[in-house]
Design a protein around this ligand. Structure first.
Ligand code: PRP
Length: 212
């Protein structure tokens, strides 16, 4: 039997993934206390878990080094994909939103707007769909700062509770896309290890349905 290789996004999605796996009857003790180790063979299930940053989860799955991956829809939308997205895991729920300082009228006037984002591809696709020409500036984090200091007119960023926007005097102008964690599968693995992957998928689906 093939030992499935799965890449998990480190951090919050990792904790939620472990929670889901354990509820599905898969012992994840090694990932609960990972230390600095990055590869974790699971003790009673034919699976090895890798811990990686979100964009790298996609890279490992696309290259077939991992059969499976758990990653946020935000990263999938930004990086594009050549893999199967098979399951919405329901956790890590938030959204992409367009936001600006309170009272901003982004759609009137003639000058080309400057939009700051950690997600330039998502931002480009959103404004292309509107037929609106914008300049996009890539920011690596704390994107909310950009319109406050005058670097940008608005931002496209992840909004979860809305607290970061509120405390910085910004508001949502439009929702861009909903986000949650997804299970992704390498296209060749899907054929080669169909039996193992289906068994794993069914376990997760059964557990997710119990809470639906
Ligand atoms: C994310 C996101 C927002 C914040 C939204 O940032 O970019 O800043 O969380 O959450 P809220 O709506 O609940 O306030 P993260 O903490 O990942 O750090 P970053 O800004 O450095 O990307």
């Amino acid at each position: 039997m093939h030992r499935l290789q799965i890449a998990l996004t480190k951090g919050r999605l990792q904790d939620k993934s472990v929670e889901l796996f354990e509820k599905s009857g898969i012992d994840c003790a090694p990932i609960r206390d990972p230390g600095r180790r990055l590869i974790h063979p699971l003790p009673d299930y034919p699976m090895d878990a890798f811990l990686a940053k979100a964009p790298d989860v996609i890279t490992y799955v696309e290259h077939g080094v991992c059969d499976l991956g758990i990653v946020g829809k935000d990263t999938i939308l930004e990086k594009g994909h050549s893999f199967y997205e098979v399951l919405d895991l329901g956790f890590g729920r938030c959204k992409f939103a367009l936001a600006a300082p309170k009272g901003t009228d982004l759609y009137s006037g003639y000058h080309t707007r400057m939009i700051a984002s950690k997600y330039p591809n998502v931002t480009r696709a959103f404004f292309d769909k509107k037929g609106m020409d914008v300049n996009i500036i890539k920011i690596e984090g704390s994107v909310e700062l950009a319109p406050i200091v005058g670097l940008a007119d608005a931002i496209v960023d992840i909004v979860e509770t809305g607290a970061t926007l509120k405390v910085n005097g910004l508001e949502v102008i439009e929702d861009v896309a909903p986000i949650s964690a997804r299970l992704i599968v390498n296209t060749a693995s899907m054929k080669l290890y169909q039996k193992e992957i289906n068994e794993f998928l069914e376990r997760l689906e059964k557990e997710l349905e119990r809470h639906a």
